[in-house]
Design a protein around this ligand. Structure first.
Ligand code: 6PG
Length: 237
């Protein structure tokens, strides 16, 4: 389902509320909330809104486990680190027990060793997977024509991105398919050309890897939704 919001702020407020609601439902259902955070810049205001509005949800945070959907093989304090973005935007404020935050990469470690380790750590079915979409239609660090697109055995792969930082760890299509829920956040006019290709009846995930995301809730702001046919958009969004 696609929900369109007037702007990035409205999308981020709704995403923060959705994440907290999904987390409380997961804790009520099976005693914990396994969330995998997207990288990139789009989720930053969502994370900051969680820290600003939902710090008091102690019962939720004490049972939350945080993972990542992908990570660049850079130091954790690098401005390019997805871990650093989440830590500074909300994990430093929200009282999640430190042992329940599971970074995907550590400087100096062999990426393949980290992928093997993370494969064992990562939940078989994340309660909520947060994803984004790049202007080229990539999601997580699954880029066009990547071997990750057709990977059916591994859940975590080491990949070479076409843009810096090139060496990355990423979830694979199996992880996306096995997640209990997927929330995709898309903001900005630079994403508008990719979305019709993501949602079209025809087309290959080879060219548009975000087409791998078949069962998801899409939060899209108006600039990014510009080229989506109006009958694909949930009423009253
Ligand atoms: C990454 C992300 C990536 C991101 C998209 C959108 O590590 O870069 O996981 O898949 O979600 O590239 O990035 P923005 O949110 O910065 O536009």
């Amino acid at each position: 389902m696609i929900r369109v919001f007037p702007d990035y702020d409205a999308l981020s407020r709704a995403a923060a509320e959705y994440i907290v609601t999904a987390g409380k439902a997961a804790v009520a259902k099976h005693g914990r909330f396994d969330i995998a955070l997207s990288g990139g810049k789009t989720p930053e205001l969502t994370y900051q809104t969680i820290a600003a509005r939902y710090l008091h949800e102690l019962r939720l945070w004490e049972d939350t486990h945080v993972f990542w959907t992908d990570e660049r093989c850079v130091p954790r304090d690098s401005p390019q680190s997805n871990y650093r973005l989440a830590r500074t935007a909300f994990l430093d404020q929200v009282p999640i027990p430190p042992g329940q935050v599971h970074p995907m990469f550590e400087e100096g470690r062999d990426p393949q060793e980290m992928a093997d380790y993370y494969e064992a750590e990562f939940p078989l079915a994340a309660d909520l997977l947060l994803l984004g979409v790049g202007p080229d239609g990539h999601t997580a660090s699954i880029f066009p024509n990547s071997p990750a697109i057709t990977e059916t055995k591994r859940r975590i792969l080491v990949v070479e991105a076409p843009v810096e930082p090139r060496r990355r760890l990423t979830i694979t299509p199996r992880v996306i398919a096995n997640a209990m829920e997927v929330l995709v956040l898309v903001s900005g006019p630079d994403k508008a050309p990719a979305l019709p290709q993501v949602f079209s009846e025809t087309g290959s995930p080879d060219q548009v890897p975000a087409r791998l995301v078949r069962r998801a809730l899409w939060f899209v702001d108006r600039p990014a939704a510009e080229r989506i046919h109006k009958n694909m958009i949930a009423a009253g969004a």
